[in-house]
Design a protein around this ligand. Structure first.
Ligand code: COA
Length: 371
């Protein structure tokens, strides 16, 4: 085979494998080591960034933007101001906010309410749209943001959850941990749009669209369904039935990780801490013990089915538990993920603009030809 043939075959196999292992950008923002199970975000280990005191989401946003050459002054104030400005627009977004699916609603509200916005205005607007939408769909009035709070605590307050510093800290650890993760599908989507020279909102809309899918950000709701379904029985029986029906076990497996997702450890530790600190009576410890049992059963079963392909717990498995423990309704899990990941999208958009070219891969034509 000549060189052109080889290149074509290589490209077509990259396509068949979902671009697995194909490098399409240099990034300073995060690094995923799938063999060792390590994640660096803005040059720090995810667990240090998420669990250290006093770590918070706003600090990570700042670090990511600095690395992307998009340093912004007064991030705390501007995010708080952005939440207030977004809230002022909520009454005009009624149709978007009443769409029954939380991600559809967030996407529509973002497109309608944040067209032409700059990066920080968008980042501040997302939690407002998520919370206002949840309230409106439940027939309750939206709750105004409080600019003196950090994003995590304000998110809980705007949902109408009681003030609880331990839970706000756990949610903050969650937002930090999911802020960025290499060139995952939604970040890639956002970068592709950025590479065309488009403005910020359509890049974020692309990220939201990709995140909605169950193979990316849509898994944690179904993980809780799985934990509920196996609460009183042997998980292996339920898991075997799922596989026999041709379904995947949600929260298991990853494109990059060949070991347990390091973010699962971060969330477990955040949950252990929350179980100790939370003054409100909660079933976190029992839920965690059950989740570990289901995870072990799923991992053993998947090892039997795929002895050459390690399939371990991914970020979504313990996301489900953490967000449940914080009090977030399960239909908002993916939208809450978007609130955190939007910081990574924005940094990647800035980085793409700074260093990148138009992203335009090729397709191998396999369609009909004229006679
Ligand atoms: N449950 C059952 N089987 C799984 C599986 C899962 N969670 N994840 C992968 N597999 C199987 C695939 O069916 C495939 O089997 P086959 O070779 O017999 O067809 C094999 O493992 C390899 O999977 P592949 O599709 O190549 O993996 P991928 O890199 O494309 O997929 C995910 C990665 C995340 C999409 C996949 O693991 C998955 O669907 N997980 C469940 C959804 C989820 O938790 N998403 C959140 C990701 S953070």
């Amino acid at each position: 085979m000549d060189l052109v043939g080889l290149a074509l075959e290589e490209r077509s196999s990259a396509k068949a494998s979902g671009l697995e292992g194909v490098v399409v950008a240099d990034t300073r923002l995060s690094h995923v080591d799938g063999e060792r199970g390590e994640l660096l975000i803005a040059g720090r280990r995810a667990e240090d960034l998420a669990l250290e005191d006093p770590g918070h989401f706003e600090t990570v946003v700042e670090r990511l933007l600095v690395l992307a050459h998009a340093q912004e002054p007064r991030i705390l104030e501007r995010l708080a101001q952005a939440r207030l400005s977004a809230f002022a627009r909520v009454s005009q977004l009624r149709h978007a906010l009443t769409l029954p699916d939380a991600m559809d609603s967030l996407l529509a509200a973002t497109a309608q309410g944040s067209a032409g916005s700059d990066a920080l205005s968008l980042l501040g607007a997302l939690p407002v749209y998520v919370c206002a939408g949840a309230r409106v769909r439940a027939g309750q009035p939206p709750i105004s943001p409080d600019p003196t709070r950090l994003t995590a605590a304000d998110f809980m307050a705007m949902l109408g959850l009681p003030e609880n510093p331990a839970r706000a800290r756990a949610l903050d650890a969650y937002l930090v941990t999911v802020s960025d993760h290499g060139l995952n599908a939604s970040t890639f989507a956002a970068r592709v749009v950025a590479s065309t020279g488009s403005d910020v909102m359509p890049c974020i809309a692309a990220g939201l669209g990709a995140l909605k899918g169950p193979l990316h950000g849509g898994a944690p709701g179904p993980v809780l369904d799985m934990l509920d379904a196996t609460a009183d029985s042997d998980p292996r029986i339920w898991l075997e039935a799922e596989l026999a029906a041709g379904r995947r076990i949600m929260g298991m497996g990853h494109r990059i990780y060949r070991v347990r997702d390091p973010r699962a450890f971060v969330f477990e530790r955040a949950l252990d801490r929350l179980a100790r600190e939370d003054r409100v009576e909660s079933p976190i410890a029992a839920r965690l013990a059950h989740a570990r049992k289901v995870e072990q059963a799923a991992q053993a079963l998947l090892r039997e089915r795929h002895p050459d392909r390690p399939l371990c717990a991914n970020v979504e498995f313990y996301t489900a538990l953490l967000l449940e423990a914080v009090g977030i309704p399960r239909e908002l899990f993916t939208a809450t993920f978007a609130v955190g990941r939007c910081s990574g999208w924005l940094a990647h958009v800035a980085e793409q603009r700074h260093t990148g070219r138009l992203i335009r891969p090729a397709a191998r034509y396999v369609g009909p030809t004229p006679d």
